[in-house]
Design a protein around this ligand. Structure first.
Ligand SMILES: [Zn+2]
Length: 97
């Protein structure tokens, strides 16, 4: 079910992009419809990416997840290791203090 909504959101975004391209060439005025379809698709992706528990969710990629410092790189002192509190993805960040 969730996986289905996820792919539906993905296809809605593609449809809206195609619609945008079509309207651009035809000089039509249905931009609001294209924008609406795009927003609906994006919202579907946002909500379902939380559920599907993918390794790189959309929310995580746009930095909406909270990161927690879990350690420090043993080789470089200013390199800190952060872990996402929701999807456990790790990233290392350079900090200058
Ligand atoms: Zn995350």
């Amino acid at each position: 079910m969730v996986q289905r909504l996820h792919s539906l959101g993905f296809s809605l975004i593609i449809i809206s992009l195609v619609l945008f391209g079509y309207l651009f060439t035809q000089h039509g005025d249905g931009y609001i419809l294209a924008i609406l379809v795009f927003i609906i698709g994006l919202l579907l992706l946002l909500f379902t990416s939380n559920e599907t528990n993918k390794e790189r969710s959309l929310l995580c990629r746009i930095q909406l997840h909270k990161y927690q410092a879990v350690g420090q790189d043993s080789d470089i002192n200013s390199k800190f290791i952060y872990e996402c509190m929701r999807c456990r993805r790790r990233k290392s960040v350079f900090r200058a203090f």
